[in-house]
Design a protein. Sequence first.
Length: 328
Amino acid sequence: RQATYAALRDVEPFTRCGTRINVMMNAGLRDDVSALQLTGADGIGLFRTEFQFLVSATLPQRERQQRLYRDVLDAAGDKPVVFRTVDIGGDKAVPYLSSEALDREENPAMGWRALRLSLEREGLLKAQARALLEAAAGRRLNVMFPMVSEPWEFDAAKAVFETQADFLRSRRKLLPEEIRYGAMLEVPALAEVLELIAPRLSFLSVGTNDLTQFLFAADRANPKLAERYDWLSPAILRFLDRVARGVVGYPIEIGVCGEMGGRRLEALALLGIGYRRLSITPASVGPIKELVRKIDLAEISAAMKEWLASPPPDMRAALTGWAQEHDI
Ligand code: PEP
Ligand code: MG
């Protein structure tokens, strides 16, 4: 695998028509960060901070969190890192946070997880905010909140960070030179109020793993449903298209950080509907950079526009045929 990474490391993801696409990678552990250099990814578009919580027998204390975040920033060097606050609960249960509320959930994926849990266990979010702010002292900090369903949740989470930043400032501690806040769009409800949240964000990252599960009401962890709904279905693509168009005019970056973006035809479709930032599994970075170089955005945009207006009977077959015709 390392040899494959290396061969594509220096491929610059410019499309055939000359647009630079941002190809970033997802990570969750300190060791994952070495893939940044190996793959030549543009940065870490999703750092899943809950991994540290999931592999620990006890709640990771603030100092331990801070050490990890600092190591990750050091290893990333000039490349940006987007830290997502913990997404625990749901399918990512941690024994030391077990509570009656978590234990009796019938639908944990739609339950008390991610930002919902962080906002109630405020001590948890405060500690994470302090750890991130201290780790990024003198550098840029990108913070992303998971499972934002309504704008107030974003505001409340950001306020926790700002209170911690004020505290550090009052102690004359060095702060990050810039703090950028973003949200994940993985709960469909947020898409209906985009214009309310967009002005408050620096970036929006679409989490297609959870989004698909909620759009189709299909448990992402249930193997019986794994093959049932296609990421290339008109329902998903139209939804993603609407989201991309919904933020036009706001000075925010929009991207996709779900697994969808790491697959060839899916990435092609995403580029065709206007996404220019993908954060994907490290093994996909090289292949997707290579794909990008073969694409003319005007051509794929025109095809997607037609197919979204009037979906072909099999979108996957249509995209496969199109890719073959265009030597992609
Ligand atoms: C997603 O839901 O698409 C996502 C990127 O986050 P996770 O897979 O960690 O839930
Ligand atoms: Mg998710």
